[in-house]
Design a protein around this ligand. Sequence first.
Ligand code: NDP
Length: 285
Amino acid sequence: MPTDLYCVFGNPIGHSKSPKIHALFAAQTAQDMRYEARLAPLDGFAATVARFIADGGRGANVTVPFKEEAFRLATQRTPRAEAAGAVNTLSFTDGQIVGDNTDGAGLVRDLKHNLGCNPAGRRILLLGAGGAARGVILPLLLEQPARLVIANRTAEKAVRLVQEFARLPACAISIKPESCGFDALTNLTKERFDLVINATSTGLTNTVLPTSTSLFAPGCVAYEMLYGRETPFMEQARSVLDVRVADGLGMLVEQAAEAFFVWRGVRPNTQAALIALAALAELHQ
Ligand code: NDP
């Protein structure tokens, strides 16, 4: 039997940690599989996927900037992909392209299993209303938080997101999410949150968010979705006593583990993979 083939599509793709993560998972669980990084041209995503399927590809991850295109390409979509409006995991079976989204499940698993931060009953502030924010809203709501406020620079985008998710049946979620613009954030002087998630891309440009340190409740977890660098959001949170700060590496590994589970039906040990990745990073410093 030939080795099963998987890959991650993106542009650029050279920086991706996914091949390393999946190689660790495959070794751990003794799965006979190969996982590559494949660069897709900006105007040739569908053709690149078709070639990969013709090469015998069994599944793929999708990263920037193709998650929405992957959503449109999928012939079947899971409910969490539908809610996210984006696909980061594709499975190729019986002539179908099944689209899934494991980003939100990855965040929730990182919070609960690696950081000991159960979203249930917590007051959550989600900063940002782009693709990453959209992908985590349903998984967070399903954890039954006490409150979920979505704040975005362009307030209308946050309002639109909240309107979409407010239509979910009351049996699935206990609260309706709220929205505001960043200008309103500065007026929230009496509000406190137990979990503040930065899902904006401001870490990439070192932009300081208009968040006040008073937003962090004692014992709060400040979660930066970006990984691999200290961001202004993390610096601000670290200046507050009794706030725990985490970056998005755990989310990256957990969303990969969820994709691995979708494809192979086996759940890898993510703690071991995180330790191995940290050791590799130190080696290359
Ligand atoms: P998008 O481009 O879809 O969204 C960007 C978001 O950032 C929008 O809400 C945008 O606001 C906001 N933003 C951008 N610039 C500024 C600024 N100067 N000031 C205030 N807000 C700003 O990006 P994604 O949602 O795909 O990614 C967001 C972050 O999440 C990135 O850092 C990415 O690396 C990370 N990520 C991490 C993952 C992981 O596994 N750890 C997985 C996916 C993403 P507006 O709407 O007003 O433009």
